[in-house]
Design a binder for this molecule. Structure first.
Ligand code: ATP
Length: 297
């Protein structure tokens, strides 16, 4: 999902980066070669977000082959709430997020934000209103300060510092040889998975979009790092309508609603306690993960 962060004016920088570095080169070529699958309607309007309510209405989708991936998915995400998407690998969680960003259009049904069909608004305005914390954050060969500023290139240094503080990165920064001016990325300091995710959270804080998507890392972070990521994320999520793709159920037990996807449709949905007491698919996934996490490696 690198392209979500990639305003067109940034491509010159990207080319310079390709010339000067081998960092993430596959991702960058992927980005540059990507044909747009959708285009703005001729009369596309600017998305207006007052509350940030998301609605998936009977959404059906496939990737162009016969296999149906999303099968009549309906979900309302109320403003300011946190909804977790969980389910087996391949159930369609990432696909739903790609549809929300309008990388593809549904075959049937629609997705609205505050009542506006996302096919009727410009992609630029749609993506401006959504911040994403991806699984794997791309760092450019530049200082930590500039890497965070990427969330909002117009932000001044104080705003970037505040975002870094709010993303629980102060302790990390205080240990760096040149503080915020320390160079990171392929030719600089390597960051751990948890530190990179907190950089992504700091970028999302700076972007200050009303809708937030958090794609939890599949590989587990060490528990200290995971707690730092989760508490930074929870602070941020309080002020946003939030969708989380969760791989570890323990990280979303306090979500307002957990949606269990199976074959592109909702198998079950509810709060953690309700779902556990129903003793269905969620309870099975929960107990299976608990068993795995308590067995010593
Ligand atoms: P995971 O937890 O492993 O990330 P997921 O629930 O996010 O899985 P998706 O990535 O949405 O699942 O994939 C749903 C299905 O769509 C899978 O069977 C996958 O192989 C297929 N799929 C995903 N992307 C594409 C694509 N670009 N072209 C064709 N099929 C795809």
């Amino acid at each position: 999902m690198l392209q979500l962060f990639m305003p067109l004016g940034f491509l010159g920088f990207v080319y310079r980066e390709i010339k000067s570095s081998m960092a993430n080169i596959e991702n960058l070529f992927d980005l540059l070669e990507r044909e747009p699958a959708v285009r703005d309607a001729d009369d596309a309007r600017t998305l207006q977000v007052e509350h940030g309510r998301i609605a998936f209405e009977d959404v059906v989708f496939n990737y162009g082959d016969k296999r149906s991936i999303i099968n009549g998915f309906s979900l309302g995400v109320e403003p300011g709430t946190r909804v977790a998407l969980v389910g087996a690998s391949g159930a369609g969680k990432s696909t739903l997020i790609k549809l929300l960003f309008r990388f593809y259009d549904p075959v049937a049904g629609r997705i609205t934000i505050d009542g506006q069909d996302i096919r009727e608004v410009t992609q630029e305005s749609l993506r401006r209103h959504i911040a994403i914390v991806p699984q794997d954050t791309v760092l450019f060969n530049d200082s930590l300060l500039e890497n965070v500023r990427y969330g909002n290139p117009a932000a001044d240094d104080d705003a970037v510092r505040e975002a870094i503080h709010a993303a629980h990165l102060d302790d990390f920064v205080s240990q760096l040889p040149e503080g915020l001016l320390t160079r990171v990325g392929e030719r600089g300091l390597k960051l751990s998975g948890g530190e990179k995710q907190r950089v992504a959270i700091a970028r999302a804080i700076l972007k200050d979009a009303p809708i937030l998507v958090f794609d939890e890392a599949t590989s587990s972070l060490d528990s200290h790092s995971e707690q730092a990521v989760l508490s930074a994320f929870r602070d941020l999520a309080q002020r946003h309508t939030t969708l989380v793709i969760a791989h570890r159920l323990s990280t979303v037990v306090d979500a307002d609603r957990i949606v269990v996807l199976r074959d592109g449709a909702i198998a079950e949905s509810g709060a953690h306690g309700d779902l556990l007491s129903r003793d269905g698919e969620y309870a099975r996934l929960w107990w299976a993960q608990q068993a795995r996490e308590t067995v010593p490696a």
